[in-house]
Design a protein around this ligand. Structure first.
Ligand SMILES: *Cc1c(COP(=O)(O)O)cnc(C)c1O
Length: 371
């Protein structure tokens, strides 16, 4: 059967009815890629799977939440949506609004948004508003504006966002046959870690006595895979933007990982609950560690994710080194967005192209030096 987006696939687990006008661009169904080189290079005997969310329609996991948020906005009669964004939310909102034929307003921090994301918001025809402030300022403003004006707020304080994003856990369970031992990911506004936990929690059969581990009898959703357990959740932050490590909000967050440059996360309590209930923890990673792990994934696994996405993997490297995550574990790492979003950061940290004459001998000499 043709895949037509996560709402169609998981409609029994999502707040939609047959009358809901589904707005989809085929999001979800992203590959779970086993890392074949890095466990050995890191000297760890673990199985690591990358859930590559960069392969969503607009290149980040935000599409999972946006298909739900825009679908529900259209269902309730909204003619326009609004969001604050570090980049990917605006790219996704702009695309889904275009698909739905409604207006879209995005507030982005001036000068602190990756080039590809800005291009997307502009190309999809949204009204791009660069504010002279950071994401947290934008978040406060869109909450005020959406309360006063006929525009639907589609940041992750919109509960439908987390509903859509929880489907990532369903896909992981289907691919592995059960939940992994650990699930690691980057944390910014903290909606995604909360949504992961919601998805895993809903996948553990609550009625084991009545129906066994479902076995097709569960009234909840028989055809879909169910899990016997939930993973330990590990949230990873950039050191300059790490309110969960500080235990308090951070007023002037700074990091090269612009998608998680957030000091006042909206899903504060939900994220703490996910980490505490799962027996997990938070890590902080320096910008150097983040860029190094982005390069490792690109050079040894062929997976190009953006710096924010690599923060989850940077934290995992620490936990493997310290032994906090033990040998023999299975680990899923959500790579939240595609590396092409932020070409400037990628080029700045890579070696420059060789400039040579368009002559066979010159090129042959260069190849010989690098063989
Ligand atoms: C939005 C985003 C994050 C952070 O997700 P939260 O739900 O805000 O914690 C991480 N990485 C990328 C690429 C993002 O776009």
């Amino acid at each position: 059967m043709r895949y037509s987006g996560l709402i169609e696939k998981y409609r029994d687990r999502l707040p939609v009815t047959d009358a809901t006008p589904v707005i989809s661009i085929g999001e979800g169904n992203t590959p779970l890629i086993e890392l074949v080189n890095l466990p050995r290079i890191l000297g760890s005997e673990v199985r690591i799977y990358a859930k590559f969310e960069g392969l969503n329609p607009t290149g980040s996991f935000k599409d999972r939440g946006m298909t739900m948020a825009v679908t529900k906005a259209v269902e309730s009669g909204s003619k326009a949506i609004i969001c604050a964004s570090t980049g990917n939310t605006s790219a996704s909102a702009a695309a889904y609004a275009a698909r739905a034929g409604i207006g879209c307003f995005v507030l982005i921090p001036e000068g602190k948004i990756a080039l590809g994301k800005l291009a997307q918001a502009m190309m999809h025809g949204s009204t791009v508003i660069q504010i002279q402030g950071n994401f947290d300022d934008g978040m406060r403003l869109v909450q005020e504006l959406s309360a006063q004006m006929p525009v639907a707020l589609v940041n992750s304080v919109n509960p439908f966002r987390l509903q859509g994003q929880k489907t990532i856990a369903f896909e992981v369970i289907e691919a592995l046959g059960d939940a992994p031992d650990y699930h690691v990911l980057p944390v910014g506004n903290a909606g995604n870690i909360s949504a992961h936990w919601m998805g895993y929690s809903e996948s553990v059969c609550q009625q084991t006595e009545a129906c066994g581990l479902c076995q097709g009898q569960c009234p909840y959703h028989p055809p879909l895979a169910r899990a016997s357990k939930r993973p330990v959740m590990v949230g990873n932050q950039a050191a300059g933007s790490a309110p969960f490590l500080r235990g308090a909000m951070v007023d002037n967050p700074e990091t090269i990982a612009t998608a998680i440059r957030i000091g006042h996360p909206m899903s504060w309590s939900l994220a703490w609950a996910a980490v505490r209930e799962s027996g997990g923890w938070f890590n902080e990673c320096s910008d150097e560690e983040i860029l190094a792990s982005q390069a490792l994934l690109a050079r040894h696994e062929g997976i190009f994710c953006e710096p924010s996405s690599a923060t989850g993997f940077a934290g995992l490297i620490k936990d493997l080194k310290t032994g906090r995550i033990r040998n023999g574990s299975s680990i899923v790492c959500t790579l939240t967005g595609h590396g092409l979003k932020d070409p400037d950061t990628a080029i700045a940290q890579s070696s420059k192209p060789h400039v040579v004459a368009a002559e066979r001998d010159a090129i042959a000499a260069l190849i010989a030096r690098h063989l």
